[in-house]
Design a protein around this ligand. Structure first.
Ligand SMILES: *Cc1c(COP(=O)(O)O)cnc(C)c1O
Length: 240
């Protein structure tokens, strides 16, 4: 990252803007091809690969939803970026409970709830601040032991907890396993959507959000019903 070279900063901005516009077009096309309203898919820019300057360029290009995978990186960027336009923050990596109090100041949507302990800690800290936090449950849909996230059984049992007044579970998050091809990723995304549909039908509770799909597999995720796609490398191609 350069701080003192206006010419290369300008090139970086042009590149990020063109990457952003390309991703927007691709997401729009993928939604239309699945017979969905493009407005029903939110693009979350994953800024974990770059510093504050290039993150600011992405915001300037038009992306106002940003995700980080480490709490410290999220709050450092949130503090460093201009107040306007307002950014909606997303936490997509593992959260240690001792980072939670500081993290919640930025009101992120936490996509990566992976334990009852974390869910209860979010409830407790949110109650303390007198508000309700929205979260997604990270599901390890392939039940691959090398992957993060809750098993299907754990996901169901956390959704049955009825003593959490300050946390609202609004959907599921999933990642396709490493090394999965497009076909396998599509199967896994459809399985996440089917699990969501099943839970909704059984419990009557609504889980409107499905956070799935990254740079390499967002088209499959959108076809399966993703409402949020988490895009990183495709936005910073050519600038890192
Ligand atoms: C890094 C990351 C992404 C973005 O992945 P790309 O392939 O770079 O688009 C999405 N989701 C999670 C959970 C990540 O850690």
């Amino acid at each position: 990252m350069s701080t003192s070279n206006p010419e290369s900063d300008n090139l970086a901005f042009e590149r990020i803007r063109s990457n952003w516009q390309h991703v927007v077009r691709e997401v729009t096309d993928a939604a239309r091809q699945s017979g969905r309203d493009p407005g029903s898919v939110r693009i979350i820019g994953v800024s974990k690969y770059v510093g504050v300057e290039q993150t600011a360029m992405l915001v300037q290009a038009g992306c106002h939803d940003l995700a980080e995978s480490r709490p410290q990186a999220l709050w450092q960027k949130a503090d460093a970026l201009p107040q306007k336009p307002p950014i909606a923050w997303h936490m997509i990596g593992h959260v240690q409970t001792n980072k939670l109090r500081r993290l919640l100041r930025y009101r992120p949507l936490i996509h990566s709830v992976d334990s009852e302990r974390l869910l209860r800690a979010i409830d407790r800290e949110s109650k303390r601040e007198d508000r309700v936090s929205e979260v997604l449950m990270e599901v390890n849909i392939s039940e691959d032991p090398n992957k993060t996230g809750l098993s299907i059984t754990e996901t169901r049992s956390l959704l049955e907890l009825d003593d959490l007044a300050s946390v609202r579970i609004v959907g599921l998050m999933a990642m396709a396993g490493w090394g999965t091809d497009a076909e396998q990723a599509a199967d896994q995304f459809r399985a996440v959507a089917a699990l969501r549909d099943q839970i909704q039908a059984e419990s009557g509770r609504q889980l409107p959000e499905l956070s799935m799909g990254m740079s390499g597999d967002f088209r499959e995720a959108i076809a399966a019903g993703a409402t949020m796609v988490r895009i990183g490398s495709a936005l910073f191609e050519g600038v890192r």
